[in-house]
Write a new protein. Structure first.
Length: 149
């Protein structure tokens, strides 16, 4: 008899973190699942989910530690039985001071070259106007220089 278990839904950052957990093949003496469970279980005892983190990830580590502390059982289930990644919302980013402009007011990203320019809302090919806040942040766009909608 096979029992179906609903897969928990986890944030994208957890999925990214879990994919980078070292395994036996990396010289660590445990399976990926064992190592991940050990790391999650240690959160809150002076430990975070510390790995090589970008500045954005470090800034949000406290928020992530809080999430782990509130959801340890859910995360153990996710590690052991699989999970689904929550869909992150996509945002347009308007330039700050857009109210004063009569022209183009949206940040646009050339995803191939990782460059920015100001234009309208239309997305064409490699030119994107709707990204996650994480993706915008990686390009240097955040609440200090954009209004998100």
């Amino acid at each position: 008899m096979k029992i179906e278990i609903d897969k928990p839904v986890v944030p994208k950052w957890f999925d990214d973190w879990y994919k980078d957990v070292p395994t036996e093949q990396d010289g660590y003496g445990a399976t990926k699942e064992e190592h991940a469970i050990q790391l999650v279980s240690q959160v809150g005892w002076g430990n975070g989910l510390y790995k090589s983190m970008s500045n954005f990830e470090r800034e949000h580590d406290e928020e992530r530690v809080g999430y782990v502390l509130d959801n340890k059982t859910k995360l153990f289930h996710a590690i052991l039985f699989g999970y689904e990644v929550e869909k992150e919302p996509l945002y347009y980013a308007k330039i700050k001071g857009w109210e004063l402009s009569k022209g183009n007011i949206y940040w646009n990203a050339n995803v191939r070259e990782k460059s920015l320019f100001i234009q309208g809302k239309s997305q064409v090919g490699i030119f994107k106007t709707k990204l996650t806040k994480y993706e915008w942040n990686e390009l240097g766009i955040n609440d200090t220089n954009a209004d998100f909608e």
